[in-house]
Design a protein around this ligand. Structure first.
Ligand code: MLT
Length: 304
């Protein structure tokens, strides 16, 4: 019997890939053969020596002590691409919320009181405060052209945006083959200098920390939008806030709220919702459960 320790809720569809007559799945297992988790931060956790594999039901693995596990020879499996559609759709939602002032406009509409005639009068005088701008024809930079970035690029292009992309790991030819809607930037500075909006789709690494910085924001078109549903730390938050305050940026869309950001009127913050759709949760759980099972049962290593 294999013992699986779950550190977060894992979709039932994923757990069903581990047959009950061979797998004991519990959030309290003391000597587990493998761990399945979502966003639980494992860095301070005592990881039992019995653990032979870890499965992260998501793309990022920065909540797992990879170096420590590598030294122990424990593979860490993840689910790249399995939640890409969900993240893409939230990027579009963030862009549209920002460009059309959707949240403050909804707050205004739901605050109205009185007769229908009074509400109608208040609507006509209040709506001037929420005039937005169209995304159509604006230049949109996509940084990172992996499973998520490519989908975001194609969706933005379908909205009529001019999409420019940059990914240091993908050649110009491949980027074009993967997403014909993307014009390749020469480098990051080149990308920022032409954009009205930028979305980042890279992991948080030493080289991506502070990638969205003061100089790059200043080179953007005025009133720009930054979307970071990837990881906190990729943007220099102090530089972003200064640009929001000066009007250089009109909105900052994030999925990793911090105390410094959540109260800012121009920050649109989601509570780490990028991958939170039923479909994405199932896809991720199935992908990692399959990988962990195959490794435990016959040593097969895919995508660790
Ligand atoms: C990811 O890295 O794909 C997300 O953080 C997944 C999640 O929300 O659990």
């Amino acid at each position: 019997m294999y013992k699986i320790l779950t550190l977060n809720n894992i979709s039932v569809k994923g757990l069903s890939r581990l047959p009950r007559d061979e797998y004991e799945i519990s959030s309290e297992s003391s000597q587990p053969d493998a761990i399945l988790l979502r966003s639980f931060k494992m860095h301070d956790m005592e990881i039992p020596e019995s653990v032979a594999a870890i499965g992260r039901a998501g793309a990022g693995v920065n909540n797992i002590p990879i170096d420590k596990m590598t030294k122990r020879g424990v593979p860490v499996f993840n689910a790249p691409g399995a939640n890409a559609n969900a993240v893409k759709e939230l990027v579009l939602a963030g862009l549209l919320m920002a460009s059309r002032n959707i949240y403050p406009a909804m707050q205004f509409a739901s605050s109205l009181e009185g007769t229908d005639a009074e509400i109608s009068t208040a609507v006509e005088s209040g709506k001037k405060n929420f005039v937005g701008c169209e995304l159509h024809s604006k230049t949109f930079g996509v940084i990172g052209l992996g499973a998520i970035g490519r989908r975001v690029a194609n969706a933005a292009s379908a909205l009529g945006m001019k999409v420019v992309g940059y990914d240091p790991q993908i050649s110009v030819e491949n980027a074009w083959r993967l997403s014909r809607n993307v014009k390749q930037a020469i480098n990051l500075d080149h990308l920022f200098s032409q954009c009205d909006a930028v979305s980042v789709h890279v992991p948080l690494l030493d080289v991506t920390k502070g990638l969205v910085n003061k100089a790059r924001i200043e080179s953007m078109n005025d009133g720009g939008i930054i979307v970071n549903l990837a990881r906190g730390g990729i943007c220099d938050d102090d530089a972003v806030i200064a640009a929001l305050d000066s009007g250089k940026l009109s909105a900052y869309v994030i999925d990793f709220p911090t105390g410094q950001l959540i109260k800012h009127p121009k920050v649109i913050s989601f509570p780490h919702l990028g991958a939170s759709t039923e479909e994405a949760e199932e896809n991720c759980a199935v992908m990692v459960a399959d990988q962990v099972r195959d490794f435990l049962e016959d040593g097969t290593v895919t995508n660790s």
